[in-house]
Design a protein around this ligand. Structure first.
Ligand SMILES: CC(C)(COP(=O)(O)OP(=O)(O)OC[C@H]1O[C@@H](n2cnc3c(N)ncnc32)[C@H](O)[C@@H]1OP(=O)(O)O)[C@@H](O)C(=O)NCCC(=O)NCCS
Length: 325
């Protein structure tokens, strides 16, 4: 009997506070027109009262309920985040405490915007190897906490939120292919040094503004378009499905122009592409699981749909997956 992993429940959480492009115009030298044309983003959410582990909990609770399993059936928790609340303990351990289960393994993964697909790959391997049966996989971020609000090239792009899935052992696929990549030559293209041990340890260096989120957007853009499209194509080729059997693309939500280019490479019409960045901006590791949850709960994506997902982020990292719901 084959042993696969399959997503059996999804959940998401977004803070209620909306920051529109018009709101940004009031304190940054930007315009709604520039942001919409260059990125597709119209508004994003800001968490004023919830930490990352609290947002993760809301999304996880919804995913467990959706999966219709008891919380005691969860034997592992993986949280993908590049904005953990603290260096120690992990968001995953706080989350485990909040869910109220004792014993399941719990740890965080940081692969920036590719984090959710990296976490999915780890979860898939653990399930296939028989080390777990039900793993809670969460992407949760509070990116607005690491933004430099004076830097118009980055502060208009990002938002807060959390998405979660329950990944369970299954006789049917499930996850069909997963490909992960990174290239450390490009570490300087996307950085946030503040909060790490090298920055904190150097207590004389409190140039916080220059060590918040920074990105050479244009250079990242060029690499992202090619790398994401290539890895998505490869994931479909390795999935055992034909290209015309793919029903939906759920891409990382960074830029509509990048998403359109990938959809074109995969010959997918716009109604086959899940886009949420207009409302939520780029939520890094949370963008794919939240988009998946929104598309499922709206009825766009159904049981049996074949999905290709691709992501790209700081590191640089990139990844793709093909799975059947
Ligand atoms: C960030 C991004 C939207 C910028 O778009 P772009 O078309 O590359 O724009 P550029 O950075 O070349 O900037 C073009 C001009 O707009 C200006 N500009 C930048 N941000 C602006 C803003 N918010 N409002 C108005 N003007 C802005 C720049 O200063 C520049 O002006 P100049 O030509 O006078 O120098 C785009 O590069 C991008 O999405 N990059 C990839 C991000 C990504 O995928 N990240 C993945 C990991 S999360």
């Amino acid at each position: 009997m084959n042993r696969y992993s399959k997503i059996i429940g999804t959940g998401s959480y977004f803070p209620s506070k909306v920051l529109t492009n018009k709101d940004l115009e009031k304190f940054v030298d930007t315009s709604d027109e520039w942001i919409v044309t260059r990125t597709g983003i119209r508004e994003r959410r800001i968490s004023e009262d919830k930490t990352v582990n609290e947002m993760a909990y809301e999304a996880a609770k919804a995913a467990i309920e959706d999966a219709q399993i008891e919380k005691e059936a969860i034997d592992g928790i993986i949280v993908a985040t590049c904005t953990p609340d603290y260096l120690i303990p992990s968001v995953a351990c706080y989350l485990q405490g909040k869910i109220g289960v004792k014993g399941p393994f719990a740890f965080d993964i940081n692969a920036a915007c590719s984090g959710f697909l990296y976490a999915l790959a780890v979860g898939d391997s653990l399930i296939k190897n028989g080390l777990a049966n039900n793993i809670l996989i969460v992407g949760a971020e509070k990116l607005t906490s690491i933004l430099n609000w004076k830097d118009r090239s980055t502060c208009v792009l990002l938002g807060d939120g959390a998405g979660a899935v329950v990944l369970s052992a299954s006789e049917k696929p499930g996850i069909r292919s997963l490909i992960l990549h990174a290239d450390g030559e490009y570490t300087s293209l996307l950085e946030c040094k503040a909060g790490g041990s090298a920055f904190l340890a150097n207590r004389d260096n409190f140039d916080i503004e220059n060590n918040l989120f920074k990105m050479k957007g244009n250079e990242v853009f060029k690499i992202a378009v090619r790398a994401m499209a290539d890895v998505a194509v490869k994931a479909v080729e390795e999935s055992g499905l034909r290209f015309d059997e793919i029903d939906f693309l759920i891409p990382h939500q960074a830029n509509l122009r990048i998403i359109d280019a990938i959809a074109k490479r995969l010959s997918l019409d716009s109604d086959k592409v899940v886009v949420t960045l207009d409302k939520f901006g780029n939520t890094s590791a949370a963008s794919i699981p939240t988009a998946l949850d929104i598309a499922r709960k709206s009825g766009k994506i159904k049981e049996g749909s074949n999905i290709v997902s691709a992501a790209f982020g700081g590191g640089l990292t990139w990844a793709a997956a093909v799975f059947t719901l």
